[in-house]
Design a protein around this ligand. Structure first.
Ligand code: GLU
Length: 315
């Protein structure tokens, strides 16, 4: 059984960009008669709010999407909320530690910037970590530990390049060491996105990870985590983003993009779904349509391979 998911971070109102990813992920699974799972990625407690999590569920239902397992309805692999899964992330860390794939890092942000190795990290993550703390001796670690609580980094396997076939973006290649060794638990105890998403997708038996293109360059890191944890990696599919008229990724500053704002002013979900489907190459004209009506004709290959520039619709 194929299993897909949508995994919003409740750090604000769901908007056209997130809703489009959710719609495509849902259509992809429903067109394959697969199961669709909703997961709340509230691991970053500073940014996440319960009210946004509740609104996301309301917005998705209003759009006509449904899920077989999720934070509100439970399921075989409950809980589906990251803040309730911290024990699992600790178990993951223990496994990585046993595999010799973790080390404590005492670097400050300033240390990291000044030692940043060449030339860049991953576009989404800033400079690559130079590996400063990777080869500290036990005595050096003990001395540093007197003054600072470390973060934990995943040590990229030496010389290991990553190749994978993305279901939308095509063949991908990342050179060995791309992005540098990355943090899996911050000094303040917060588990990283990379670790939590891999533990979640593996535990929830997800077979198809369909998400926004901005996470394409996180994928090699996640593939290496799957390997180190002894899990099988899923298929990955990255949807090109929606950009505003200024060519930048559609975001709050473009104004009027919250799904709840459309609902509050009386837009029907069918009109909004029609617009989302149209800008995603799924229908020729932005006519009103329900999400369910799109299932039978859904075709991944009609999704544009480049970012789509849109005006905020007046619906
Ligand atoms: N929580 C992430 C977001 O809202 C998505 C993570 C993922 O799909 O892997 O951008």
């Amino acid at each position: 059984m194929r299993r897909g998911r949508f995994a919003p971070t409740p750090s604000g109102k769901m908007h056209l960009g997130n809703a489009r990813t959710a719609l495509i992920a849902w259509l992809h699974m429903r067109s394959l008669n697969g199961e669709f799972i909703l997961r709340m990625e509230d691991i970053d407690t500073e940014r996440s709010r319960q009210k946004w999590a509740e609104l996301a569920l309301l917005d998705l239902r209003w759009l006509g999407l449904d899920w077989d397992e999720g934070p509100d309805i439970g399921g075989r692999y409950a809980p589906y909320t990251q803040s309730e899964r911290l024990d699992r992330y600790e178990e993951g860390l223990l496994k990585l530690e046993a595999a010799g794939a973790l080390y404590p890092c005492y670097c400050s942000r300033a240390d990291i910037l000044s030692a940043a190795s060449a030339p860049h990290g991953l576009p989404s993550e800033g400079p690559a970590y130079a590996g400063t703390c990777r080869h500290l001796t036990a005595a050096e670690r003990a001395a540093k530990a007197l003054h600072k609580t470390p973060s934990l980094r995943f040590a990229l396997p030496e010389g290991r390049e990553v190749r994978f076939e993305d279901g939308i973006a095509g063949s991908q290649y990342f050179a060995a060491g791309s992005g540098g060794d990355f943090v899996v638990r911050r000094a303040d105890g917060l588990h990283s996105y990379q670790l939590s998403v891999v533990m979640d997708d593996a535990d929830m038996k997800i077979t198809d990870v369909l998400r926004g293109y901005d996470l394409l360059d996180s994928t090699p890191r996640q593939i290496l985590l799957y390997e180190a944890l002894g899990f099988q990696a899923p298929e990955f599919l990255h949807v090109p983003l929606l950009n505003g008229p200024d060519g930048k990724r559609l975001a709050k500053r473009h104004g009027g993009i919250a799904i709840s704002a459309f609902r509050e002013r009386g837009t029907t979900p069918e009109r909004l779904v029609g617009w989302l489907a149209h800008v995603s190459g799924l229908i020729d004209r932005p006519e009103a349509v329900s999400a369910t009506e799109l299932i039978h004709s859904f075709d991944l290959s009609s999704i544009p391979r480049e970012p789509v520039v849109v005006d905020v619709p007046d619906l």
